[in-house]
Design a protein around this ligand. Structure first.
Ligand code: ASP
Length: 351
């Protein structure tokens, strides 16, 4: 950590409420948690009035459990941010934890040349609970979204997840814990900030955008993508059926270790055929830390010949949403799509 400071947040932040546990309450019939509207959230957060940052709120017509998140809703989030971009110093998105890392990854690609903070947060316990983690997560996210350097540029001009004292790059984050307050981590990238008594920013790990360029929003995504995990005993016929789906555009293949697969001729044959008919297969590891190096073992080397592309140290969430974004943007131009998969577009890869 190279930069210890106390931030003095001012400016304006747009708070976008999509739903999630943070604003949920018990349905007395089913006894299950269900999303409630923003008024419920605010009534449980009297601390809001002490913030020095100006806050406006935008809420989804129907707050959702984030398991219902979808590409159309990502496009809606991009539209809201693009329309209000000039009016705010930063944006905070309240979101369920289950798919937060997918949303953060998608937004990082869809908001090209982002120059302002977009911080996603939520909580593991609803805000109405006495032991809730919602208040700290929300208040610190607002402070981070409005934090500026002395020259007026934002301290974190990128899509991030803030949770339990850590600020993480959004497209490097993964939900790692379904119960604990430490719901997220970024296993292949350092934390951007540790929020303790002071904020300790890791400044040289934070993106430095070109402030002379405009932010370019993208709305088109192609969701004809699949995630496929390899495992010992995987069957040729089932694998083949999955890859033969005519609508299929991209596959995120979760391989073993540093990008290895069973040495089965049928597997290489199916992958090669799919790749030749224009399906892009990205190889990422089932391990949460480390990266794909298809030349390290013979079992990985063979994959290179099939046209499979290395996903390097990508998360599943980043690989899935990057494929959706690239197919949405470049259509059937698979040459460009495959080239761009090897480049880091928003800090998602270590290249
Ligand atoms: N199921 C909830 C959601 O993702 C979980 C949470 O918010 O933590 O909306």
């Amino acid at each position: 950590m190279d930069n210890q400071r106390t931030i003095n947040p001012t400016g304006r932040v747009l708070l976008i409420y999509t739903g999630g546990t943070i604003g949920m309450g018990i349905n007395h019939q089913t006894k299950a948690l269900e999303p409630l509207d923003f008024n419920h959230l605010v009534s449980n957060l009297p601390e809001m009035k002490y913030l020095t940052t100006g806050i406006d709120v935008f809420q989804f017509d129907h707050p959702i459990d984030s398991s219902d998140m979808a590409p159309e809703l990502w496009a809606s989030l991009v539209r809201i941010i693009a329309e209000k971009y000039e009016a705010y110093n930063g944006f905070v998105i309240l979101h369920g934890t289950d798919t937060m890392a997918y949303t953060a990854s998608a937004l990082s690609f869809m908001l090209e040349n982002l120059t302002k903070p977009v911080i996603l947060t939520g909580s593991q316990l609803p805000i109405e609970h006495l032991r809730t983690d919602a208040k700290e997560n929300l208040i610190t996210s607002i402070e981070l979204a409005s934090a500026q350097h002395e020259d007026g540029t934002p301290v974190v001009p990128e899509v991030c997840i803030y949770f339990n004292g850590r600020l993480l790059r959004g497209n490097r984050s993964t939900k790692q814990n379904a119960d604990g307050f430490n719901a997220f981590d970024s296993f292949n990238y350092p934390h951007l900030c540790e929020a303790g008594v002071r904020f300790q920013f890791s400044t040289h790990h934070i993106l430095k955008p070109d402030y002379t360029k405009p932010m370019v929003p993208h709305f088109e995504l192609n969701p004809n993508i699949m995630v496929l995990s390899l495992f010992p005993g995987i069957q040729a016929s089932i694998f083949k059926h999955a890859l033969d789906a005519p609508e299929l555009k991209g596959v995120v293949m979760r391989s073993f270790g540093s990008g290895n697969a069973p040495q089965q001729p049928w597997l290489m044959e199916i992958l090669k055929k799919a790749s030749q008919r224009g399906v892009t297969i990205v190889n990422i590891s089932q391990c949460v830390t480390g990266f794909v190096e298809m030349g390290r073992y013979d079992t990985g080397y063979q994959l290179k010949d099939t046209g499979v592309i290395s996903g390097q140290d990508s998360t599943v969430e980043a690989a899935v949403t990057k494929l959706m974004y690239l197919y949405g943007r470049y259509g059937d131009d698979t040459k460009t799509i495959r080239q761009m998969l090897s480049c880091s577009l928003a800090g998602e890869l270590h290249v």
